[in-house]
Design a protein around this ligand. Structure first.
Ligand code: ADP
Length: 487
């Protein structure tokens, strides 16, 4: 069987904490297209993309200037120490115009919004502009399968990766799921498959390159990131980049539960039948939303030519991803679930549908400009108490009161917490033995946290303070921003 290459996917949760310079053995200065080029890297990224691009460009002999407008935090410090070589310059804590005037190349973190004045300055000066994923795409010899959608991208991308691996393909996993495949470019051959999770931010930049994957999967579509995109149409247009530049021999796998199945395609079309044909489904893949993800990944795997038994094996062996409806343990008789990755109302609704028994929900976070009424109705229908967090708390409280169900035995108990620690202790107080406590915020974490991983870890830590239980996250590292992990 061909060698199965595991991706640097773990960078998402385990960016290197080694304060070392790049090993000289990895430096390939001299003959690369980047040797001697001055490259500005804008935005560190916190799931491995930024460090991946710095490492790659440095290894290629470029003169790299890294600039980030955020505070110089622990993550920035770690990277600074790791890339302390003389050809890497650090301008942190704000951008300087001089870094954008005449570099040979500007690499922009995909979370930098369109129209950013420094990017526009570089553009007006004729500077070549790309992103980490753009650099990778243009140099990748392998066949790319891209996964996008509002919800379920990471799960579907991982399932497709696992199915292709079970089917004996050489396979890589990267993109928005974390890490960077740039340093693996030399190892990726034309016969390999590369599964890339793609966010709307990444796709917006890829549109400038006019590229789409050979196989494109779209899980679903609903309003999201309306604090970043200027309109729902812009968000949709960004997502549709995954189909826009496909060639006629490309394959489009559209998950047919919403408008996605009517999106325009150029290649062969496979609309997903949502009936999950597999009987051996592990706990991590239970629920209607997961059946859809399985069906989407399976449709794509079949279209690529993977045998049914290999797909079934991948499904049955799937262990679940951290922070996705993850069972943490039992504390004082309460079942605790960490679903910190739920950053949209639909994902929280999926969690509410799948956690049994009376439940206390920790919900809320940053305001992304989406309609919270369906979420409020779902909470009213499923939860006995809701602890509201973050910017959206007052708005969500209003929606919850407006959605109050006449038929309820007892009115929903609603508490607004002013800190995460308070939210967790309120949830303990509002719950009784036999209940579930579910962190499923339905919103982004920024404001209170740098990213959903940090939020999930803090949840587990606080729960462990209530009673010492083994953590399902043991071994995870310290990322610190949501920037590239977008939908
Ligand atoms: P994404 O990469 O799009 O954020 P993930 O697979 O990481 O998706 O899952 C993130 C959250 O969304 C988790 O809470 C998960 O339970 C939920 N989720 C996964 N798939 C779906 C789906 N198809 N519909 C709604 N929610 C989903």
């Amino acid at each position: 069987m061909a060698k199965v290459a595991e991706p640097a996917n773990d960078d998402r949760v385990r960016p290197s904490t080694q304060a070392t310079s790049i090993p000289p053995s990895r430096m390939r200065t001299g003959h690369s297209e980047f040797a001697g080029q001055r490259v500005t890297v804008m935005g560190l990224g916190r799931f491995g993309g930024g460090s991946g691009v710095i490492e790659f460009l440095h290894s290629q002999g470029a003169e790299v200037t890294v600039t980030d407008c955020g505070p110089v935090d622990e993550y920035a410090d770690v990277l600074k120490k790791r890339f302390s070589a003389s050809r890497v310059h650090w301008h942190l804590g704000g951008h300087q115009e001089s870094d954008f005037l005449d570099p040979d190349l500007l690499i922009v973190n995909p979370a930098v919004p369109p129209g950013n004045r420094f990017v526009e300055l570089a553009r007006s000066r004729g500077v070549a502009i790309s992103t980490e994923i753009g650099l990778f795409w243009e140099r990748c010899r392998g066949r790319i399968a891209g996964v996008t959608g509002t919800n379920g991208k990471s799960t579907t991308a991982t399932l497709l990766h696992d199915a292709l691996r079970e089917g004996g393909r050489r396979i890589w996993l990267g993109g928005n799921i974390g890490g960077s495949l740039l340093m693996s470019l030399d190892e990726i051959s034309a016969d390999d498959w590369v599964v890339l999770e793609l966010s709307s931010f990444q796709l917006m930049w890829l549109d400038e390159l006019q590229v789409s994957p050979t196989v494109a999967l779209v899980t679903n579509f609903s309003p999201n990131h309306l604090d970043w995109h200027t309109s729902l149409n812009e968000y949709r247009h960004a997502k549709q980049t995954i189909l826009r530049w496909q060639r006629p021999d490309g394959i489009a796998v559209l998950s047919g539960a919403d408008e996605v199945c009517d999106w325009p395609v150029n290649g062969a079309l496979c609309v997903v039948d949502h009936v999950c044909p597999f009987t051996d489904v592990p706990p991590a893949l239970r629920g209607t939303h997961q059946s859809r993800n399985i069906a989407t990944a399976a449709t794509a795997a079949r279209a690529i030519g993977v045998a049914e038994d290999a797909i079934a094996r991948a499904v049955s062996r799937f262990e679940g991803l951290p922070h996705r409806l993850q069972f943490v343990g039992e504390v004082h008789g309460r079942r605790i679930y960490n679903d910190s990755a739920a950053t949209t109302p639909e994902s929280t609704l999926a969690a509410l549908d799948n956690v049994e028994g009376p439940l206390v929900l920790l919900v809320g976070g940053a305001d992304k400009g989406v309609n919270l009424s369906p979420l409020a109705e779902g909470i009213q229908g499923h939860a006995k108490a809701a602890v509201l967090m973050g910017d959206v708390a007052p708005q969500l409280e209003q929606r919850l009161l407006a959605a109050e169900l006449g038929a309820r035995h007892q009115p929903l108990q609603i508490v607004i917490a002013v800190s995460f620690a308070e939210a967790v202790s309120q949830a303990m107080e509002l719950s009784s033995p036999g209940d579930a406590i579910l962190l499923s915020p339905g919103c982004s974490s920024y404001g209170w946290f740098a990213n959903f991983v940090e939020r999930g870890k803090e949840f587990v830590r606080l729960i462990q303070c209530v009673e010492r239980i083994p953590s399902p996250l043991e071994g995870e590292g310290q990322p610190s921003s949501e920037a590239p992990k977008a939908g």
